[in-house]
Design a protein around this ligand. Structure first.
Ligand code: AP5
Length: 211
């Protein structure tokens, strides 16, 4: 089962992917997480990527494509994987096709921008285990503390209002055309992301034929 989760920033791709990992035992490959790790470790790639990420711009295709291919080649992807946040441009999708990596289903999560802005501004992340919370929709048991590993939760640098607006604009221009790209291939399924986290997951299960 090789699945792409497509959708605007903050629509709930990471939240859904983590649930899929629990249920299906296949890895979530988030290019955002891989890039944030590279930034944290101050690798060459991380140093180049940081300025784009902080501004809400996409990191150049050549940097991200290399990172993704390296990750998908790892042993734990043999049984399948969930791509969260890749591809994000037509050239990234074309390079995925050219590399011979098979994709079974592309699940497009849809929500209006007002919902997305509310979700992004209330999101809190665990810097240690990667758990995702929301101050209203999915609050931790103790405010500001991760339920799973007790670390202090953080607000990501790209959650500032002006950066959120730019990320949405970048999505509309560079990523939204992928919906049509995969529609033409007959593997794209759109689901309504404005439902509870559990209901979104149920719809994803139906879309990938695992309900
Ligand atoms: P990335 O980390 O991929 O961020 P994103 O796609 O902008 O998405 P987010 O992680 O912000 O949101 P999400 O859809 O995962 O939603 P979440 O589950 O957190 O990318 C960051 C940056 O890295 C990019 O801007 C770019 O610079 C770079 N980058 C990454 N990939 C790249 C690529 N391929 N090419 C070039 N550059 C790349 O949910 C959001 C909130 O909503 C949470 O608080 C959650 O609790 C809540 N929530 C989720 N689902 C629900 C629900 N059903 N109901 C109520 N609340 C919900």
């Amino acid at each position: 089962m090789n699945v792409i989760l497509l959708g605007p920033p903050g629509v709930g791709k990471g939240t859904a992917a983590k649930r899929m990992v629990e249920v299906y035992g296949v890895p979530q490959i988030s290019t955002g997480d891989l890039l944030r790790e590279a930034v944290k470790n101050k690798t060459d790639l991380g140093l180049k990527a940081k300025k784009y990420m902080d501004a809400g711009e996409l990191v150049p295709d050549d940097l991200v494509i290399g990172l993704l291919k390296e990750r998908v080649a790892k042993q734990d992807c043999r049984k399948g994987f969930i791509l969260d946040g890749f591809p994000r441009t037509i050239p990234q999708a074309e390079s995925l096709d050219a590399s011979g990596i098979r994709i079974d289903v592309v699940v497009n999560l849809h929500a209006d921008e007002s919902v997305i802005i509310e979700r992004l501004s209330g999101r809190r992340d665990c810097p240690k285990c990667g758990a995702i919370y929301h101050v209203k929709n999915k609050p931790p048991k103790k405010a500001g503390i991760c339920d799973a590993c007790q670390s202090e939760l953080i607000t990501r640098d790209d959650q500032k209002e002006e950066v959120i607006q730019n990320r949405l604009q970048v999505y509309r221009k560079q990523t939204e055309p992928l919906i049509r790209y995969y529609e033409k291939k007959g593997i794209q399924k759109t689901i309504n992301a404005v439902q509870t986290i559990e209901k979104v997951f149920e719809d994803i299960q139906k879309a990938i034929g695992q309900a």
